[in-house]
Design a protein around this ligand. Structure first.
Ligand code: HEC
Length: 247
């Protein structure tokens, strides 16, 4: 039997150790603890997070309201918000995504699947009226689209108190909203919503500033804009360094 085969010193010692179950359990625990410490210590001692991108600022209250609608409607099920650094993606969607662009995103909307296109830089790609019609009936702007219509967003209204609660929660997790900004959110929301309804009216669309669709449009039109400007500024600064100089 294999048990009978002569064993080297190490194997024999190990076999003896396996026989002493209490000692073996203690030694196993020690080894696991060492592994655990090696994993955990760097997590607490690392101070540098992703680099802050100068120019990336928190969402306005109305945009944040739109973001909450985006999350609650589950748009992330079909849309990603992350442009990979590959040529095909950059040609289609624009600059690849930098970590600093997500600084004020709680929770992230990276998405895991693309039934529809990436939305990281959709801000400014279409006029407000396009989004209004697309959300009402996706096939009216994009023939053959498999995106479902979201007509209730054109009827439903957002709740200003909810938005303020959302801003307070974000403040707790480190988004730099001031108490004053949160207190004055109703006015800020009103002003931005009216700008959007005025632009929609110019395109012949009548709606009210308190509709969910208005908040969603505010959010979609903001997506990726700060990041795009910040990256362009970084690239311009790099290009200004004379050849041969160490930046
Ligand atoms: C079942 C999957 C699905 C869901 C859910 C979905 N979409 Fe889409 N979306 C698509 C598809 C497919 C397209 C591409 C065709 C089109 O333009 O309609 C698209 C296109 C878009 C576009 C245009 C992107 C571009 O660059 O042309 C926007 C903006 C958009 N969706 C926003 C949303 C929002 C906001 C929600 C949630 C309220 C949502 N989508 C939910 C599938 C989906």
């Amino acid at each position: 039997m294999s048990d009978q085969t002569p064993q080297s010193g190490y194997a024999a010692a190990h076999r003896t150790l396996e026989g002493k179950s209490a000692l073996f359990a203690v030694l196993t625990t020690v080894v696991i603890l060492i592994g655990g410490i090696v994993e955990i210590i760097p997590m607490f001692s690392a101070t540098a997070g992703p680099e802050h991108l100068a120019g990336v600022t928190p969402y306005t209250p109305l945009e944040q309201a739109g973001r909450d609608i985006y999350t609650s409607e589950g748009c992330y099920v079909c849309h990603s918000q992350m442009i990979r650094p590959t040529r095909a993606e950059v040609l289609r969607y624009g600059e690849w995504t930098r970590a600093g662009e997500y600084e004020y995103d709680h929770p992230f909307q990276l998405g895991s699947r693309r039934m529809g296109p990436d939305l990281q830089r959709v801000g400014g790609k279409y006029p407000d009226a396009w989004h209004f019609e697309h959300m009402r009936d996706p096939r009216s702007t994009s023939p053959g689209s498999v995106m479902p219509p979201y007509t209730w967003l054109h009827e439903g209204t957002y709740d200003v108190a909810d938005i303020q609660a959302s801003l307070r929660a974000l403040q707790k997790v480190g988004v730099p909203y001031t108490d004053e900004e949160i207190a004055n959110a109703p006015q800020a929301i009103q002003a931005q919503a009216q700008e959007i309804t005025a632009r929609l009216a110019q395109a012949g669309i009548t709606t009210q500033p308190d509709r969910k669709i208005v908040a969603l449009i505010a959010y979609l039109q903001r997506l990726g804009k700060d990041g795009k400007a910040a990256i362009a500024a970084q690239q311009a600064a790099q290009a200004a360094v004379p050849p041969g100089a160490t930046p």
